[in-house]
Ligand binder design. Structure first.
Ligand code: ADE
Length: 269
């Protein structure tokens, strides 16, 4: 998978070089490029924003740099292709490179499974007014060949940008949650991490995906509580069933805990 992140703050994405995502990049499981939006400005001030039509507080991101970025990232062919078509990317400006990766054959049901199909690409605009991000979206995107994130700042991106992009590539405005961040970068980081860990081979033990919160094979339940040694810590004991070695009873207890936790924390689920 190829992931492009377009931003006015490329440094926000330095953490992608760390941990599992960094290892996935180093192993060639995912190719990440971070681009400075100002590269696609044409004025001397390299301006990316302007005052809003209709008045109001703050500044709005101008459409032209985003259009130029999309033109270059999708390549010329995309300009005439139908929505959803994927064209070869341009050479990336700032690839993130790193260290080695654990091998791990991905076989669990919750890992994104490659299928034979035409290439899929998404243009994703993180926005507090977008559709809610979810594990289901992460699973869908993990099957894509390409994700392009457009990270807005200020009062957001001119509304014509997603309209225009949607004529060329599957486009989605997506929210990380019902709160407002200062820009799309933190949301994009979270979305990239949620997607990349689902790519086969990224997690050392794909079994971890099976009983985690929001996994389809876990019936939408939240994950049960987990414990490690010592069995007693500061007056708090690990539930005795977990020390019993009785696998069926442990599985039953975990399921009951997951159901109770889900009722408590997500009463409407
Ligand atoms: N940009 C600002 N707030 C955001 C949010 N909650 N989700 C996604 N992008 C955002």
């Amino acid at each position: 998978m190829r992931i492009d992140l377009v931003t006015v703050f490329p440094d926000y994405f330095a953490p992608l070089g760390l941990s599992l995502v960094g290892k996935a990049i180093a192993a060639g499981l995912v190719d990440v490029a971070v681009h400075d939006l100002r590269r696609w400005t044409s004025d001397v001030h390299r301006s990316v924003d302007d005052t809003p039509f209709g008045g109001g507080a703050g500044m709005v991101m101008k459409p032209e740099p985003w259009g130029a970025a999309l033109d270059e990232l999708l390549g010329q062919e995309a300009a005439t292709a139908s929505a959803g078509a994927l064209c070869p990317s341009s050479p990336h400006s700032d690839p993130i490179g790193q260290t080695g990766l654990d091998d791990g054959a991905a076989s669990a049901a919750d890992v994104a499974a490659p299928t034979s199909r035409r290439p899929r690409a998404f243009f994703i605009i993180p926005s507090p007014s977008g559709v809610p991000f979810s594990q289901a979206l992460a699973r869908d995107w993990a099957l894509a060949d390409r994700l392009i994130f457009a990270c807005g700042r200020y009062e957001g991106i001119d509304a014509r940008v997603p309209l225009h992009a949607a004529q060329r590539i599957e486009t989605a405005e997506v929210s990380l949650g019902d709160y407002v961040l200062n820009g799309g970068e933190v949301a994009a980081l979270a979305m990239v991490e949620a997607v990349v860990r689902l790519i086969p081979g990224v997690l050392g033990n794909p079994q971890s995906l099976v009983e985690e919160s929001h996994a389809p094979s876990w019936d939408g339940l939240l994950e049960y509580p987990v414990y490690t040694k010592p069995a007693s810590w500061r007056g708090l004991d690990v539930p005795t069933v977990l020390l019993s070695g009785h696998h069926a009873k442990i599985a039953q207890w975990r399921r009951a805990q997951a159901v109770a936790l889900t009722r408590l924390r997500r009463p409407s689920a």
